[in-house]
Design a protein around this ligand. Structure first.
Ligand SMILES: Cc1ncc(C[n+]2csc(CCOP(=O)(O)OP(=O)(O)O)c2C)c(N)n1
Ligand code: SF4
Length: 411
């Protein structure tokens, strides 16, 4: 933090920057480069500097923010995402931006599921009214409503058709049923564009306390997207161990190091066969992350993306400014693995599991020695540290080997 006066000269630069227009139509947003020309509808969050969680959310809003609905589990993401009276979520020049809400820690998946079902129900009702309008044969109305019905589940097509509908929806009709239908469409205008529902939260929510609900919602087959910011601890309440905390890491309730292996939430979700799952690490492979986002969002079913998120609770020796670089090192050391499971590939006779991580090229032990959540164990309980550091590496290798086996399966 610096006194405002020392930054006053930046006001003119800010004003100039704000006068520039967004140029997001030069290349597809689903590429790394294209995504970064799009306007983030998430800015100025209250997270710790370098927080691994927020960078993911910023990118999601660049791709889908103008039609996003977010159900946020309690945790850091509900604090940096909604530190009243301000919110980092914002709108574009058309006034469109994410709709955001936070219910409880324990019911967030169900909360987002309800939102998805609610949106689906209203859109079905609009579709029924649109059919009445099309059946009337009214030349002025039919093209717009036909276009909307045809593109109802396509984001770009529904956006274009929504503009057409808005240009004719105030037409007065002598047909009472058509007039009633037009009134209904106008009253529910905000649901015309296809929505993108995102259920987000931390590992304490997803792996532990909200897991029953998350499992229920993934099993439902509904078209929802889930993002888990995996900091491997309950960050917001000061770093308690969750089922995501890896062997040997020291956390509250695991003061002499976590004794058991990290839960593989992603692999559990793949057992349904119809859930899209990805494990990503932005700093290790931005392309893989953006690809996973686009695949998850376009999948007409449940999707789960687990994002490795460095946190102040990790005690990075290189400091939080190295957070993205640490993700890269985590993947190189075989500490974190990148993969995707796309059920659509099965229909093409292909293996749905794609291992994006290469075999480790760096030392696992060097990696964990870069974080005080591990080194504190060695200094306080050296014997236990020796044992658990070896086990931690074995556990990570066992996990990677299970992915290799999945990737080699014949379909
Ligand atoms: C049922 C319930 N238990 C505990 C809490 C307290 N609580 C609020 S946020 C939080 C930690 C969240 O951790 P995580 O889901 O990992 O998210 P992070 O903060 O790491 O992003 C806890 C324990 C709560 N709000 N509700
Ligand atoms: S405690 Fe961790 S997850 Fe929470 S805002 Fe800070 S860096 Fe991010």
């Amino acid at each position: 933090m610096k006194p405002f006066a020392s930054h006053a000269k930046e006001v003119a630069n800010w004003e100039y920057a704000m006068s520039l227009t967004i140029k997001d139509d030069k290349m597809p947003k689903t590429t790394v480069k294209g995504s970064q020309f799009a306007q983030p509808l998430f800015e100025f969050s209250g997270a710790c500097a370098g927080c691994g969680e927020t960078a993911y959310m910023k990118a999601v809003t660049q791709l889908y923010g103008d039609r996003m609905i977010i159900a946020n589990a309690t945790g850091c993401s509900s604090i940096w995402g909604g530190s009243a009276p301000a919110t980092p979520y914002t709108t574009n020049s058309k006034g469109h931006g994410p709709a955001w809400a936070n219910s409880l820690f324990e019911d967030n998946a169900e909360y987002g599921y309800g939102m998805a079902l609610g949106v689906k129900t209203v859109r079905k009702q609009i579709a029924a009214q649109a059919e009445v309008i099309v059946a009337s044969g009214d030349d002025k109305l039919v093209p717009a409503f036909t276009a909307w019905l045809e593109g109802i589940n396509d984001a770009d097509a529904s956006k274009a058709a929504t503009e057409l509908i808005r240009s004719v929806v105030d037409t007065k009709s002598n047909n009472a049923d058509v007039q009633k239908a037009l009134d209904f469409v106008k009253a529910n205008d905000e649901y015309l564009v296809k929505k993108s529902v995102w259920i987000v939260g931390g590992d304490g929510w997803a792996y532990d306390i909200g897991y029953g609900g998350l499992d229920h919602v993934l099993a439902s087959g509904e078209n929802i997207n889930v993002i888990v910011f995996d900091t491997e601890v309950y960050s917001n309440t000061g770093g308690q161990a969750s089922k995501s905390t890896p062997t040997a890491a020291v956390a509250k309730f695991a003061a002499s190091g976590m004794k058991v292996k990290k839960k593989d939430l992603g692999m559990i979700a793949t057992t349904y066969g119809y859930v899209y799952v990805a494990q990503v690490g932005m700093g290790a492979n931005q392309g893989q992350f953006i690809k996973a986002l686009a695949e998850a969002e376009s999948y007409d079913g449940p999707s789960l993306i687990i994002c490795y998120s460095p946190c102040i609770a990790h005690g990075l020796k290189a400091g939080m400014s190295s957070a993205q670089y640490r993700i890269k090192e985590a993947v190189a050391a075989g500490y974190w693995h990148l993969w995707r499971f796309d059920p659509r590939l099965k229909n093409q006779g292909k293996n749905p599991f794609i291992l994006d991580s290469k075999p480790p090229t760096a030392s696992y032990q060097d990696f964990i020695n870069g974080e005080s959540r591990y080194t504190v164990l060695m200094s306080q309980f050296p014997d236990e540290g020796e044992r658990l550091f070896v086990k931690a590496e074995e556990d990570a290798k066992e996990r990677y080997d299970s992915y290799v086996r999945m990737a080699e399966m014949k379909y």
